[in-house]
Ligand binder design. Structure first.
Ligand SMILES: Nc1ncnc2c1ncn2[C@@H]1O[C@H](COP(=O)(O)OP(=O)(O)OP(=O)(O)O)[C@@H](O)[C@H]1O
Ligand SMILES: [Mg+2]
Length: 602
């Protein structure tokens, strides 16, 4: 189930210690002063714990040996104070660590998001969006978890253990040696478990990511799911994902707790030995009961931190699997790095030219072959041709979603590859085939065209895009919320909002990928008027599916298999009886027959 790409990236690209060092230097170093305070508080709490064990023995001696009630009361009061102070210290370091944790999670989320924005389209087409969501959520938390584990292991557990061991040694050095009976076998067993648990953690994460994927696809494709009655199929898929996560989680519980029976048994053995030896010391050699009591208290108090330390490697490795999942993304080099140091594009007339351009998505499979054409300033150039011919690719190249393989694309004689991407894109209005709307108000959606657009500009754009009337018809007008990806609006309405957005941008170059889905003739009419308004006086490149658009175009380029095979105006091309005439007969003529009025009007 796990792809080998994931497996190899997760199992061991860097050693666990290397990774921990990296986290410490990247995330902990900048927060060292806060860690220092937390550390000091933890050390204080550890000392207080050890003092408790020591004082417990002291009280026993005062009660049984010196029979001094006043001293017992005094020690008890000190004990009370020690507990209170330890409570305060624990509160302090817990809050500080939690705050550091939230700041690390936030930092990771920002870093991942920034890195994603520097990636190109190829990067996104290779990944499912939910994979990135899963990486972000589990990864950011795991970085924090790892650092917390390391810091609390050293600060709290190790210091407590050392202090308590010191107490044990002070009370009885020989007895202390018994403790070391437990350690070696436990370490041996834990080492073997670490490897297994990494694999389980990975399966668990992967299953979680797939569960999200199925959920998202079902929601986004809900029309498809319902209309094709795919409910059972999706349920099956979802149940399989959930079951795999459940299975992995159960396995995780078994593997991670497999050491518990052994540790407990050995601890019981050690305690029994201790009791026997201590009893012998008190009864036969006359040692004081306080030493014995203090030793046992220290031993019992040391038990929990020791157990946590023993598990540390296990817990760390689980967290590190998730850390790698996140760092994979953060470390992936930007495929579209910033090029702000390049000069900006200076547009005068917005003349667009393709000079001998070639391009391929995959090596050895050319999509665009030595293409040359000019889109004249202020004119509409229509791209037509069979599906898969390369029309959308032409627009992708102009926007530099992909870089050309050869030749030059020039705007006003400047090679677009030599100017900054941002300046290029800010001069281009792109209206895509499937309109994307953000989940916010219609007003905001239009304003995305140019952040800072005034209300008057938004309304003017909506009017020009033939959208004002239907927007005003909604009870909340421009403040109407649109659902995710524009649910709740008709296809024609969505298109007109997208055109209003492009109008607000007011860019000199328009790239329009006409929707293939046909609208009813009334919407068609409105969208057409909106398009005409958008293209007025601007250099426009339109991928045309509608005969009416094509007939209005100043120049038509027929694109087949990545080449321009014919060009000219509609009537010229029809008269030539070449490739266009063929294309027209196959794809467009029926539109004219169906809607003679729209087609011949204008
Ligand atoms: N991201 C991509 N990765 C790999 N190949 C791609 C990618 N996008 C498009 N292609 C391929 O490139 C060729 C041209 O695609 P393009 O989208 O430019 O066609 P089109 O002329 O716009 O077709 P349509 O009219 O159906 O929209 C097709 O064979 C397509 O399979
Ligand atoms: Mg296309």
């Amino acid at each position: 189930m796990l792809t080998s790409r994931l497996k190899s990236s997760l199992i061991d690209p860097t050693s666990s210690t290397g990774l921990i060092w990296r986290l410490l230097s990247e995330y902990a170093a900048t927060r060292w002063h806060r860690y220092a305070i937390a550390f000091a508080l933890m050390a204080f709490a550890a000392g207080a714990t050890a003092l408790t064990a020591y004082l417990a023995g002291d009280v026993i001696n005062k009660a049984y040996v010196s029979r001094d009630f006043h001293a017992v009361i005094q020690t008890s009061l000190i004990l009370m104070l020690v507990f209170t102070l330890r409570g305060a210290a624990t509160y302090g370091h817990s809050v500080i660590l939690a705050r550091i944790g939230t700041s690390i999670v936030a930092e990771n989320q920002r870093r991942l998001f920034d890195r994603l924005q520097q990636q190109n389209l190829t990067y996104f087409s290779e990944r499912h969006s939910t994979e990135l969501i899963a990486r972000l959520t589990s990864g950011a938390a795991a970085v924090n978890q790892t650092l917390s584990l390391v810091i609390t292991a050293i600060g709290r557990d190790l210091l407590t253990l050392m202090a308590l061991t010191a107490v044990m040694f002070v009370q009885d050095p020989i007895m202390s040696l018994v403790v070391f009976v437990i350690v070696p076998p436990v370490l041996f067993v834990l080492r073997k478990l670490v490897k297994r648990i990494k694999l389980v953690a990975m399966t668990q994460w992967h299953g979680g990511a797939q569960t999200l994927e199925t959920l998202q696809e079902t929601i986004q494709g809900i029309r498809l799911v319902k209309s094709f009655t795919l409910e059972d199929k999706m349920r099956e898929r979802f149940h399989a994902n959930v079951a795999s996560v459940q299975g992995a989680s159960n396995k995780m519980a078994r593997v991670s707790n497999r050491s518990a029976p052994l540790i407990e048994t050995l601890a019981g053995l050690a305690i029994a030995c201790l009791m026997v030896y201590a009893g012998h010391r008190v009864i036969n050699t006359g040692a004081s009961p306080g030493e014995f009591f203090s030793f046992i208290t220290a031993f019992l108090l040391a038990y929990e931190p020791a157990k946590r330390l023993a598990r540390l490697n296990l817990d760390l490795n689980v967290a590190l699997v998730n850390v790698r999942v996140l760092l994979d993304v953060i470390d992936s080099p930007p495929t579209e790095p910033s090029d702000e140091d390049r000069p900006p594009l200076k547009v005068t007339t917005a003349r667009l030219e393709f000079r001998d351009v070639s391009f391929s998505y995959r090596p050895g499979e050319p999509t665009i072959r030595n293409m040359s054409f000019v889109a004249e300033p202020g004119r509409m150039t229509a791209l037509v041709g069979p599906s898969g011919g390369g029309k959308s690719t032409v627009l992708n190249l102009i926007l530099r979603f992909y870089e050309v393989g050869g030749g030059v694309i020039a705007i006003d004689n400047q090679d677009i590859a030599s100017v900054s991407r941002r300046s290029l894109r800010s001069q281009v209005s792109y209206v895509s085939q499937d309109v994307f709307l953000f989940r916010t108000t219609i007003r905001e959606n239009i304003a995305f065209g140019r952040p800072g657009a005034t209300d008057a500009e938004i309304v003017a754009a909506a009017r020009a895009a033939q959208a004002h009337d239907f927007i005003s018809g909604f009870p909340k007008g421009y403040d109407t919320m649109v659902g995710e990806r524009g649910l709740g609006l008709s296809g024609g309405e969505r298109q007109r909002i997208a055109i209003a957005r492009a109008l607000v941008k007011n860019a000199p170059l328009i790239l329009l990928d006409e929707a293939t889905a046909s609208l009813d003739s009334e919407s068609e009419h409105y969208v057409q008027k909106a398009v005409a308004e958008l293209c007025k006086g601007r250099t426009t490149l339109v991928i045309a599916h509608r005969l009416s658009t094509i007939m209005h175009a100043d120049n038509i380029l027929v694109i087949e298999a990545g080449e321009v095979t014919d060009s000219g105006r509609h009537d010229e091309l029809l008269r030539k009886a070449g490739r266009y005439a063929l294309f027209y007969r196959l794809q467009l003529q029926h539109q004219q027959e169906r809607e003679p009025i729209t087609a011949s009007g204008g």
